[in-house]
Write a protein of this length. Sequence first.
Length: 556
Amino acid sequence: MRTTRTKLSIVVLAAAVLVGLVGCTSADNPEDDSGTLTPSDPTTFTVWITSAQQAPAPENKITKLLKDKLGVTLKYEIVTPDNEDQKIGVMLAGGEFPDLIGTGDLKQRLLQGGALRRLDDMLAKGDYPNLAEHVKDDIKKMSYSGDEVDKGLYILPNYNRFYGDVTGGVYYGPAFWIQKRVLADAGYPDLSNMTLDRYFQLISNYKAKHPQTAGAPTVGFEILASTGREWGMTNPPAQLAGFPNNGGVVVDSNNNASIFADKDIAKNFYKVLNQQYNSGVVDPESFTLTFDQYTAKLATGTVLGMHDQGWNFQTATQSLQSAGKDEYTYVPLMPVYDGVKPWYADRPVMNTNQGFGVSVSSKQPKKALKFLDIMLSEEWQKTLSWGIAGEDYQVGADGVFSRTDEQRKNYKDLTWRASNRLDALLDMLPKRNGQFSDGNAYSPDDQPAEFYATLSDYDKDFMAKYGKKTWLDFVNKAPDNPKYYPAWNLTLSDDANQVNQQLTDTSVQKLPGIIAGPPADFDKNWQAYVDSIRKIDVKVYEDAVTAGIKDRLANW
């Protein structure tokens, strides 16, 4: 049964991280919505973005370029991921929306709340050639939102619609991460056949030898448990058991989904965490840190290891690199249970739950969509990703992009980036991931020669010790993804979502006590947790995920 798309009663918009934005409503310049953007007829767009990336500085050169070339001014509201749920609720209750909404994984709330305009009808008119080409081959996948809303394309995915070959040297997926200094201190040990015990032994040995880092206590292992990011605490058991990242379920060979939160693969993991907590390796502050505090703690360089996804702590990595602390940055490791083959790395998955949409409140939807279309052009994609030719990179006689050492240094400098890049905007924009038509990679990080040249001397030496050429070489070669993959971004019914939320709430409420409790009480605490899960109608959730998988297999 479809949900009626309605607006709720108006309330006052709560405070948020604002950059030049007084309210969340659409820009009030509706006189000409011809879809033309020109400096002679300036346009202001209000833009709401969920991103961990920093806001641009007031005097940003790409901001100026947008105004000079297109007459476009952007007024941002940038919301961190752990505040997204609350802010969307406030926005939906107010019933007025900015021109462009860049959402994280909560697209469905915006759809069911009636916030987003359908885009496929607009694209069919032929006025947006870049976007039309972008969605053409994957329109079914991009438009898939289950049966809870009217079918159609509402969001333009922000990552992993590929053009040309897939290149790159950075690993952004899930792993048990460990600081390079830990491995260097251990004599660059063999990382194959990694187990959880070996992983924690490396950390505990280093922590015992180096109890302080730059005058602050060294943290052995941080658990990511903040709201909206609790998967850092709940997902590891599946990966330890050799399953790919399907969120809260594992999927068998018959495409049937089942939760693993109450299974032995989870119990064994949390028992190890309980032991490590009581030995002083796990940070006692883990369960009270917000996402911002977690990121800030990683950026201090004091944390030796954590389970996370590489994309999720890029701000901390950039901060450490900017400070020249490469030995404090992280390498992905893949511990697994005995007899299990690791499946941490997967093939890049189109991010259909995240990206930009045009709001129903926008008085200039044609212009808003035209802006997204122009930003997807090769000219602007190069500007947003590489910068300005001759200033941020060079074009060789052979047409290959490269950078000087100074330009590479700037790229890692967060202060420089704030004035010279639009990282939060780019995070949500649709992208030409892969290659441009001239053969250059989408970003400097993906350009093979440029990636290696970008590495610090420390990182080059570190890689040489392991005989590696890229950070991707430290993880498994990604097998083909199952056709339905991944299950974590399935659109589910309200009943199934309610059960999923009950499972999440139970994990968030119970797991900290299990991990931090006395070892003698572990079995008792674990059984109480399992009993709590079994009071939930888990079958509703499992059946819904299984049905969603089979629906994708039939329709993608």
